[in-house]
Design a protein around this ligand. Structure first.
Ligand SMILES: Cc1cc2nc3c(=O)[nH]c(=O)nc-3n(C[C@H](O)[C@H](O)[C@H](O)COP(=O)(O)OP(=O)(O)OC[C@H]3O[C@@H](n4cnc5c(N)ncnc54)[C@H](O)[C@@H]3O)c2cc1C
Length: 361
């Protein structure tokens, strides 16, 4: 069997490791040529940590910062609570590099610096940027937030509700070290949120999710950050006097979407298969679980297992994605935010089921 994996993020790498460990050596094609930053919060929940352990990734050795507390801030209201299990903060630069190295060590053929231009699932072929073609028995599509011609996600009817992700690194500072030690901090605002956590090198990862409308109204990422610093005093304190630069962006994020169907031989992994609201901090776990699950289905039943596996994965993640969407919609609106914060102040114990129910099982 010759499986081809397009995309070397958590989903593609998890599939590659799982296949290679079973002596079915896949070919993985990743367009970046080396270590790179990713627009992502870098929060690893306990489910992601368990899945990474299964894949042989030692996040402690990579310097992941432990996270044991959640702090929610909405304007002047603030709630802090322990997480039910230990989580961690790690840059995607380190995580993705470690996963791809593990895939190579397991025996996968990893080609970097090559972009796949299009795919034809019926003919089970992909076309590369130089117009050459590669044939395969099974195509594992793991291009994340990026669409591939021929197999793009049908998102036309969601155009008005797509979100934008923004990310910047904040340099190490004693104030941020003290404020963010052991903590994931979420600042809620109209039409989005900003997440902050410490990374392995002492920098803080600042990651925002915001509606396209609010970003456009603010006239771009830097102007939006300046606007938020005026609106949110604690966020302004965390940012300090200088707004971060550069700010990376990724547009068109379809929170809540899933691929219920596919064609024989085409497995849609990670964000190409199901997207959970980033506020829940579980996209990496879902990508890892999807990569492992699809590879196991392929090993057990061959390429024709794709359709049943895809439908099953959409079903199994439905409740988790729905709850994350409810929390996101609540947190993005002024009244919903006030109600959410009031409810959590009265019953902080609700944070435990909410964090559990948005995890990947
Ligand atoms: C703002 C924001 C914050 C988030 N924060 C968190 C968080 O804190 N914790 C969490 O668990 N999840 C978070 N997520 C979700 C998480 O980032 C994704 O769910 C996860 O990265 C999906 O993994 P993936 O492997 O499917 O895709 P990706 O991580 O996007 O990887 C896809 C890979 O495919 C490659 N690629 C793309 N196109 C091609 C091509 N044509 N040819 C070859 N290679 C290609 C890319 O270079 C990339 O390496 C966040 C998402 C957003 C938008």
């Amino acid at each position: 069997m010759t499986p081809l994996i397009v995309g070397g993020g958590p989903a593609g790498a998890a599939a590659a490791i799982t296949l290679a460990r079973a002596d079915v050596l896949p070919h993985l094609i990743e367009r970046t040529s080396g270590e790179h930053d990713v627009v992502c919060g870098g929060f690893l929940g306990w489910d992601a940590l368990a899945l990474l352990g299964r894949l042989g990734i030692d996040t402690t050795a990579l310097g992941a910062r432990p996270i044991t507390r959640l702090r929610l801030i909405a304007g002047k209201r603030r709630i802090e609570a322990p997480l039910p299990h230990a989580a961690a903060g790690l840059s995607r630069r380190s995580l993705d590099a470690a996963l791809l190295a593990a895939a190579e060590r397991a025996g996968a053929e990893v080609t970097r610096g090559v972009t796949v231009r299009s795919a034809d699932p019926q003919r089970r072929r992909v076309r590369l940027h130089d117009d050459s073609e590669i044939a395969c028995d099974a195509l594992l599509l793991a291009t994340g937030k990026h669409e591939l011609r021929g197999v793009a996600r049908p998102l036309a009817d969601r155009r008005d509700s797509l979100a934008v992700g923004l990310r910047a690194a904040l340099p190490p500072s004693p104030a941020r070290q003290a404020a963010l030690a052991d903590t994931i901090e979420l600042h809620l605002f109209d039409q989005g949120y900003a997440g902050l956590l410490l990374q392995e090198d002492g920098t803080a990862n600042l990651c925002l999710s915001v509606s396209q409308q609010r970003l456009t109204a603010a006239a771009g990422p830097a102007a939006l950050l300046a606007e938020l610093a005026n609106e949110l005093p604690t966020l302004a304190e965390r940012l300090g006097p200088d707004l971060p630069a550069p700010i990376s962006a990724i547009a068109g994020v379809p929170y809540g979407w899933s691929a219920g169907t596919t064609t024989a031989g085409l497995f849609r992994l990670g964000d190409q298969g199901a997207v959970i609201a980033s506020l829940a901090g579980d996209g990496i776990a879902m990508a890892l679980a999807g990569g492992i699950g699809a590879a196991e289905a392929l090993l057990a039943e061959g390429p024709d297992a794709a359709e049943a596996w895809q439908a099953g994965f959409a079903r199994r993640t439905a409740r988790q994605r729905r709850l994350a969407e409810m929390l996101r919609h609540g947190a993005e609106r002024r009244l919903g935010r006030a109600a959410l914060m009031a409810l959590l102040r009265l019953a902080p114990g609700l944070i435990t089921p909410a964090t559990h129910l948005t995890r990947t099982h």
